[in-house]
Structures are given as C-alpha cells and as structure tokens.
Write a protein of this length. Structure first.
Length: 456
C-alpha cells in the first residue's frame, strides 16, 4: 500500500527546484571524465524506442507528472516482477512494494521523482504499465526502488536512451537499481577505535588549564547505481568539507569521515552505524581522560558533530564506502543517550543536514527511554542542536537550490544578532533560517545557556 505519512513539498518549491536542477546551477553533475562510473552518460544517450514512448504516453494518460520530475523507465519486465523500496537497514517503516501482475502482457516499470533536488527520504512514486491494454498501478514511497525480477539477481542501472514525452523527460535504463560497487580497497577505514588516539595518550598534567575542542564531521554517502545521471553524495561530501574547514579554522581538531566513494577520505568500517557509535565512545574516553579539573580560564571543553546525509524523522543513514549496499540508520535518541555519558564540562553542538532532521530535537524532547534534552542540559554545561529542516520537511541536496549547509556558510559575512561579530554561529544559523524559511531550519539550546559555543 502507498505510504501516507509523508507531506508533499509545496508545488512552487517543486517547480522551482526542478527547473533550476537542469540549469547551470547544478552542482556536482558535470559530464567530464571525473564523473566516469557515476552513470553520467547523458551526452551519449540514444532516442527512446517507439514502444518506450508508447508506454510513457499511456502512463501520462493515467497520472500527472510535472515537467520538473525525473523519471526512469525500465522494461519490458516479466510478469510477477516486484518493485521494492530500498530502505536503509534499521528504518522503522515497512518497505513499500508494488507487484507487476502475474497475467501476461508487455510491462514497463517507472521510478518517478517529483522533487529531484531533495535528499532522501522524500516522496517518490513507483509505477508499472501494461502496454498491451493500458492498465497501470502506482505506489508512493520515500526511497528509490529495487526491481526484483523473478529468479534473477538485481543489477545496477545502465542508461541507454532519453527522450521527452508530453514535456516530461524519460530516461530509459536496463538493470534493476542495485548498488554498483566502487573499488575502495585502498581507502582507509576506521571501525571507531582509531579516533583521537593521540589525545588519549596525553597525561592529565599535560593538558590542565586548556580547553579541548574536538569535531567529528561526516558525510553519509549513498548507494550507487540506483539514481539518475548524477549523485547527491558528492554534494554532501563537499558540504562536510566546507564545515570541516570552518570549525578547523576556529580552533577545533577535526576527525573527518566520508562514506562517499568519490574521494579518498577515511570511511567508517562496516557496519557503519556501529563504527559511528564506537567513534563517539572514543571521544567520551578522550574527554574523560582529560577531565574537568583545572580548566583555568576555560568554561568547558567542546565537542562539535556535523552530519550531511540522507535521513528521516528518527535518524540519518550511513552507507558503505563502496556504495554497494543499503545504508544503516543512526537513531537520534540513541545519539543523545550515548553523548549523555560525556563529562559535565563538555559542551556539545550537533548540526544535522538531512531530510526531516528536525527529528533530532523532537525525538529527544521526551523519550520513553534514554536521555532527554532537559536531562542533558541539567547534567552538562551546554547543548546546541541545529537542523537544516524541521521534522516535516525534506532537505535540499544542493543542486537546484542550496543545501542548508550552503545557506549556513553564506552567513559568514553577516551580523544578524548585532553583537559586533561577523559570521559567528548564530549569524550563520539565522542566515540558514532566512534563506530556507519554507523548510523551517531548527535551533535548540539549553535554557540559560550564555552562548551556543565558542563559534558564537
């Protein structure tokens, strides 16, 4: 059955986002040699066959598809083929399924992305159509699909044709949307045990009277072979690089982790959510070893966490570095529960740029089990939570429209809070809120907290 728990993005945003995404403002979608292997073969695509055009025309008679949408068509497929949602492991929803009828016919399948500039999760549609009699069916989902042909192992998409039918662009592909793994054997990985090792070797006498500022900056990657001629994974990696440079320039020691196959940065080992949690544990050990005594003029140590990824209301997803498989969810309520074991003298700042990332705040307001926001605030010297959107909206991927992180970065020259400091953390968050007002970026900090962190 189609999902009904997603809110449609307002039509005007959809129209504008789709229009810009095919223009010169598209980031990370160049067709030079650096994109080889990403499925970016648009310039080499042939025209759609007559039968594919017929299938597309019949589909448009049954449903409305905006001209800004991106549509993949695959077929013919055997009767009994199953279209199954490719959910990250640990996702709390049941995967959407749409089955092609078992009766005879010439069947084509469609993946319809009405908001192609948004990260996942966001509303997409799966459809099948029988060219012989014009029958069809459609289902709503939140993530791309895998095409499960009876008795066959799913294969990656390979694009061979493209054309416009009824002002809608249809990209024809063979394959089934499975991950197309990249060779990443030479890229270093970390199971979470190597973070801040150097800091853990320090004796307390060597660090007394000094504030310690640590940052963990992560982009979550995505599976290969299941999307269009470009990927949002490179956009998220660029956003994370930008954030790493910002906090490093502000005196933070940065641990950078990237799940994007297109760079050589250290990745979390598999399973990625376990490695992420192990890394948090390592930072807890680090701050615990330094301790809270004799901070001198310092008010507290600081731990800054940034994540750019696909996500949902309850967490974000981290994918294997090679893009071969589905991601794994890191849950927001689990995140704060782990960080609650930090020493009281550590001020924590978390910035999540993912769909429905406002769940970082709502999931921790009054959890049934675990650490709540008020619990954390009562037991630590500060907590600041920043999200690119609220719990009801998807997040821009940085192609047609700037991502929340890009809006944040553009606040570097502003003094929105009038404190005489240009481009501090509050200024940047305000810029993100101003530019992305329709998606309601969120800011939370503890009552009575004098500053968001040393960045403010």
């Amino acid at each position: 059955m189609p999902k009904t728990n997603r809110k449609w993005i307002p039509f005007i945003l959809m129209l504008m986002g789709g229009f810009l995404s095919v223009g010169l403002f598209t980031k990370g979608c160049a067709s030079d040699s650096s994109d080889e292997g990403d499925g970016n073969e648009e310039n080499a695509l042939e025209d759609l066959s007559t039968e594919v055009q017929q299938a597309a025309s019949l589909l448009l008679e049954d449903m409305t598809i905006e001209t800004t949408a991106k549509v993949i068509v695959v077929g013919p497929v055997p009767s009994g083929t199953l279209l199954q949602e490719n959910l990250p492991e640990g996702h709390t929803d049941t995967a959407v399924e749409l089955e092609v009828p078992s009766s005879s016919g010439t069947y084509y399948t469609f993946f319809i992305d009405d908001n192609p500039d948004f990260k996942f999760a966001h509303v997409v549609r799966y459809a099948w159509l029988n060219v012989d009699d014009g029958s069809s069916d459609v289902a709503e989902a939140s993530f791309p699909m895998i095409i499960q042909r009876p008795g066959e192992a799913p294969q990656p998409f390979s694009y061979s044709a493209s054309g416009t039918v009824g002002d809608v662009t249809f990209d024809f592909a063979s394959g089934d949307g499975a991950g197309d793994p990249e060779d990443v054997d030479d890229i270093p990985t970390d199971d979470g045990t190597t973070a801040v090792d150097a800091g853990l070797t320090l004796f307390r006498s060597q660090v007394e009277g000094n504030c310690r500022k640590q940052a963990l900056v992560v982009d979550g990657g995505e599976a290969r072979g299941y999307f269009f001629q470009s990927s949002l994974a490179d956009n998220m990696a660029e956003d994370a690089d930008s954030m790493a440079s910002y906090v490093e320039a502000s005196g933070f020691t940065v641990t950078r982790r990237s799940q994007y196959w297109g760079n050589d940065k250290t990745a979390f080992d598999s399973p990625e959510n376990t490695s992420f949690e192990n890394t948090l544990e390592r930072f807890i050990e680090y701050f615990g070893a330094i301790g809270c005594e004799n901070l001198g003029a310092c008010f507290c140590h600081e731990f800054f966490i940034y994540v750019a990824s696909h996500g949902d209301t309850f967490g974000f997803a981290l994918y294997p570095k090679d893009g071969e498989d589905v991601g794994q969810v890191v849950f927001y309520n689990r995140l704060l529960d782990i960080l609650g074991r930090l020493p009281a003298c550590v001020k924590v700042t978390i910035f999540i740029d993912a769909c429905y990332s406002g769940g970082l705040i709502t999931q921790n307001q009054a959890p049934i089990l675990g650490t709540s926001l008020s619990d954390f605030c009562n037991n630590h010297c500060g907590l600041t939570l920043i999200t690119a959107v609220d719990v009801d909206h998807g997040a821009y991927g940085g192609q047609g429209f700037d991502s929340g992180t890009e809006d944040f970065t553009q606040g570097s020259e502003s003094d929105h809070d009038g404190d005489g400091k240009t481009g501090d953390l509050h200024d940047r968050v305000t810029e993100m809120q101003n530019q992305g007002s329709s998606l309601s970026p969120q800011l939370f900090f503890c009552e009575g907290q004098s500053s968001l962190c040393s960045l403010d």
